[in-house]
Design a protein around this ligand. Structure first.
Ligand code: ATP
Ligand code: MG
Length: 396
């Protein structure tokens, strides 16, 4: 019999009235994600999603990898199904997991019987199968307390499923149950991690990137597109809004006091992002800001940059250490791309002595020679919307 995946639901099981809606969304997300790997049947029973290949052409390994990146799942079991018959269960384990047992120093069998019509209890199943396996693998001793390997037997409604240790799922909530938000994506380490973290809470993410050609190169833009593509492995296809930012940066350079350059620029970014966000049905902004990391990330700086928008700004990295952020960047596979050396527009015209404790009054005064609205309108006219999918060619 072919392999099948049993994917266990995470926090969804705690949901009350909304549970059904969450489950439907998750099943839909998994179904969509599996399409790239062939013909799979995806169904949900007993708080478990079953993913079953329908023919021999299905790419089981590819599908299995993809399942690790689907939010809403806590653990993943790659199983083999068999009939609900103790001899068949034993034979299937022997054939499917026998090699693993030969490599382990000790083992135990853990059984679950949700189909109570099966004539043996869980304990009886474990004891019977454990006894037979111990005889067949004399070098692998039974150890019920701290086994090196565990064989799982799940007697469920449709069949019995046998598998080795489960693997951790991506956690979080199914993409799409928590609304939509707009992430300000730079080419750095932080913002892709921020997008991932909010997507993990069930939010559909869209991105906006400010691009200052010719001060920043085409390569810098490709790098950002590639970061977005990498994040789609978790959050599904997304739109990236590329905004031409050159004129705004030049206007700031020519008309404003240098110590406020970065703050004024960030206020434009926030305001433009909010306008695009509202037009696209996003209810919040996401940034990779991190308290104290740079001059523009002090409390006072965040107040003056946040003051130009009124939807919530999610900053999931606010209290993390760089090391913790880097660990996540490595885990989700964005780190290598983030450290490529192409400049972000934040590094163009950076002040020598940036203001770290600005006030709103100072900012309004510093911006007095700018026609903010005209600059914003002009930038909005440059917006290019690009849809990114994980199976697109890499951008860089
Ligand atoms: P990152 O590693 O995400 O670039 P950072 O530590 O370099 O963050 P800043 O450059 O001060 O911090 O930017 C703070 C946040 O502002 C970023 O995390 C990102 O959300 C947003 N941001 C910065 N530059 C851009 C840009 N060119 N386009 C869109 N958003 C940007
Ligand atoms: Mg940056």
């Amino acid at each position: 019999m072919k392999e099948i995946f049993l994917l266990k639901l995470g926090e969804i099981v705690l949901k009350g009235a909304n549970k059904r809606q969450f489950e439907d969304k998750l099943r839909q997300n998994i179904r969509r994600r599996m399409k790239a790997y062939g013909n799979f049947d995806v169904y949900l029973m007993q708080s478990t999603v079953y993913v079953e290949p329908m023919d021999d052409e299905a790419d089981i390994d590819g599908a299995w990898d993809a399942c690790h990146k689907i939010f809403g799942l806590v653990s993943l079991c790659r199983c083999r199904a068999c009939e609900k018959d103790i001899d068949k269960i034993y034979n299937t384990i022997e054939e499917y997991l026998g090699d693993d047992l030969d490599c382990a120093a000790s083992f135990k069998v853990e059984s679950k019987r949700s189909d109570k019509r099966f004539p043996m209890t869980s304990i009886e199943i474990s004891r019977e199968i454990g006894g037979r396996l111990a005889e067949a693998h004399p070098n692998c001793t039974v150890d019920v307390r701290k086994p090196a390997y565990t064989v799982f037997v799940e007697v469920r409604d449709l069949a019995t499923y046998v598998h080795g240790p489960a693997e951790p799922g991506a956690g979080g909530l199914p993409t799409g149950v928590g609304g939509r938000a707009m992430c300000l994506l730079s080419g750095g380490i932080d913002s892709p991690v921020a997008a991932y973290m909010i997507a993990k809470r069930g939010v559909e993410v869209e991105c906006v990137h400010f691009f200052s050609y010719p001060y920043t190169s085409q390569l810098a833009r490709d790098k950002v597109m590639e970061l977005a593509r990498l994040v789609t492995a978790y959050c599904g296809r997304m739109t990236v809004n590329i905004v031409g930012f050159t004129q705004i940066q030049e206007a700031i350079r020519d008309n404003c006091p240098e110590e406020f350059f970065t703050l004024i620029m960030r206020r434009f970014m926030m305001e433009i992002s909010q306008r695009i966000a509202l037009g696209d049905g996003c209810g919040a902004l996401i940034t990779g800001e991190n308290l104290g990391q740079v001059a523009s990330q002090t409390m006072q700086a965040m107040q003056v940059t946040g003051a130009v928008v009124d939807i919530p700004i999610f900053m999931p990295l606010i209290g993390m250490d760089k090391e913790e952020i880097v660990t996540i960047a490595r885990k989700i596979g964005t780190m290598e791309t983030s450290v490529l050396p192409y400049e972000d527009c934040c590094t163009v015209f950076t002040p020598k002595h940036p203001k770290t404790k600005p006030t709103i009054g100072q900012l309004i005064n510093a911006e007095k020679n700018l026609d903010r609205e005209a600059l914003i309108q002009q930038a909005l006219e440059t917006v290019e919307k690009i849809t990114v999918k994980y199976d697109d060619e890499p951008f860089i």
